[in-house]
Design a binder for this molecule. Structure first.
Ligand code: GAR
Length: 210
């Protein structure tokens, strides 16, 4: 069985969706850089081991990432899931876990990498918005995508309503995408290609909510 670590910094609603999905892989640990993250409470309620590694207590990014790496090894982790983990990872850490680490980002990548995606979508006047599950590579929010949830921006949306609507989509697509990896439907080849049922996945699989 694939052993999963979920890395979190905050509320952990995506962690909750992964717990509730009863994946074929086992969530073997939840690691947070924030001691007060509600995600840790969710993990404890589900009986999942937790670890707190506070980035502020390390002199640089590399030593913080090394400490996380040691914890992942201690849990014997196969797959790392970033679920609202709000730290940029060092190149070494990403290289070590490349092909074995997924992230969810609240935009239709490659559009709107980085922060404040909902407001930026509204500012531009885009019709479509959503979220993307992708493998993590050295370039921020740029690795190959597996899945996207897509919604239509309504005239009545503001940044808060969009955040809520995108969250609901995240909770639908992240467990699915993680399950594909757990059960082998999706694989990451040595040359960085995402394979879906043995064929190269040329575009992310899209779930449209309209
Ligand atoms: C989610 O919306 C996720 O897409 C975002 O943080 C939120 C975490 O919510 N991640 C990023 O912005 C990463 N670049 P949660 O703690 O309730 O799962």
């Amino acid at each position: 069985m694939i052993k999963i670590a979920v890395l979190v910094s905050g509320n952990g609603s995506n962690l909750q969706a992964l717990i509730d999905a009863r994946l074929s892989g086992q969530i073997a640990g939840v690691l947070s850089n924030q001691p007060g993250a509600y995600a840790l409470t969710r993990a404890r309620h589900a009986g999942i081991p937790t670890a707190v590694i506070e980035h502020r207590q390390y002199p640089d990014r590399e030593s913080f990432d090394d400490a996380m790496h040691q914890q992942l090894l201690a849990w014997d982790i196969d797959l790392v899931i970033l679920a609202g983990f709000m730290r940029i990872l060092s190149a070494k850490f990403v290289r070590t876990w490349q092909g074995r680490m997924l992230n969810i980002h609240p935009s239709l990548l490659p559009c709107y990498k980085g922060m404040h995606t909902h407001q930026r979508v509204l500012n531009t006047g885009d019709v479509l918005h959503g979220c993307t599950v992708h493998y993590v590579t050295a370039e921020l929010d740029a690795g190959p995508a597996l899945a996207q949830g897509v919604l239509k921006v309504s005239l009545h949306d503001n940044a808060e309503s969009l955040a809520n609507r995108v969250h609901a989509l995240e909770h639908m697509i992240y467990p699915r995408a993680v399950e594909w990896v757990c059960n082998g439907t999706v694989q990451h080849s040595a040359d960085g290609q995402v394979m879906h049922k043995g064929q190269p996945l040329l575009q992310p699989i899209q779930f449209c909510k309209f």
